[in-house]
Each structure stands twice: as C-alpha cells, then as structure tokens.
Design a protein around this ligand. Structure first.
Ligand code: HEC
Length: 105
C-alpha cells in the first residue's frame, strides 16, 4: 500500500514537472502582444527598421533572444532590441519562440 502511494505520487510529480517544462504558447502570446507587437507587428511582419520575425523556426528565435539577453551585438540595430530581452526568463524565451514559430508565416 505504501509503495503504491509512493508510485502514484512519483508519477503525479513527473507529470507536473513535464508540464512545467513544456512551452506555453498562450503565455508566449501574452508577452508578444504586450512587449513585442508594437515593433514587430501583430503578425510578426515587422516595419521600417524593425525586422520581420515571421517564418523563423523556434530554435532561431530562441537563439536570437538569448543573444540579445546576453548583450551580444547581433545586427546594426541591436541597441533597440537588446533592452526588450533583458528581463526574459528561459521559459519566456521558449514560450515566445513556440508562439512566434507556430503562429506567424
Ligand atoms: C523597440 C522596438 C522593438 C521591440 C519592442 C522588440 N523588438 Fe525585436 N527587434 C527590434 C530590432 C530593431 C531588431 C533588429 C536588431 C539588430 O539589428 O540586431 C529586432 C530583432 C529581433 C529578432 C531577431 C530577428 C532576426 O532576423 O535575427 C527577434 C527574434 C526579435 N527581435 C524578437 C522580439 C521579441 C520576442 C520581442 C518582445 C519580447 C521584441 N523583439 C521586441 C526591435 C524591437
């Protein structure tokens, strides 16, 4: 009986942890709408010196955001973008990458 309980609790914990690690597209959408859309556009299409981010895969988006967060220079307008990434957590980046790569074409 005790062993069974331990097994059930162990399984439940594993499920909860697996869920915490999965990307959350709706969380990514919430961040995007609030912090990104006014530059990159409602469909990631970009405008003016704000590049289009539509059609990129999740790895590319996540890599860029990690570079900006780390303060690396990426393109000529890095100073406009880098401050937008400084407060993003690893989870935020994964959520944003999942949202952008699956929603915009
Ligand atoms: C103030 C306007 C502005 C905001 C807000 C902004 N960005 Fe950017 N973003 C830029 C600019 C400008 C660049 C190009 C920077 C460069 O030259 O390196 C860029 C570049 C990027 C790139 C790399 C594009 C490529 O082709 O390599 C990604 C990905 C990106 N932004 C995602 C985001 C996300 C996600 C957010 C919200 C957290 C965001 N941006 C908020 C202006 C902005």
């Amino acid at each position: 009986m005790k062993r069974q309980m331990a097994l059930i609790i162990g399984t439940a914990l594993t499920l909860v942890m697996a869920q915490a690690q999965a990307e959350d597209i709706s969380a990514g959408e919430a961040i995007y709408t609030q912090s990104c859309a006014h530059c990159h556009g409602g469909s990631g299409q970009g405008m003016g010196s704000f590049p289009s981010i539509a059609g990129q895969d999740a790895d590319y988006i996540a890599k860029r955001l990690t570079q900006y967060r780390a303060g690396e220079k990426v393109g000529p307008n890095t100073p406009l973008m880098a401050p937008m990434a400084t407060d993003l957590s690893d989870d935020d980046i994964a959520d944003l990458a999942a949202y952008i790569s699956t929603t915009f074409e």
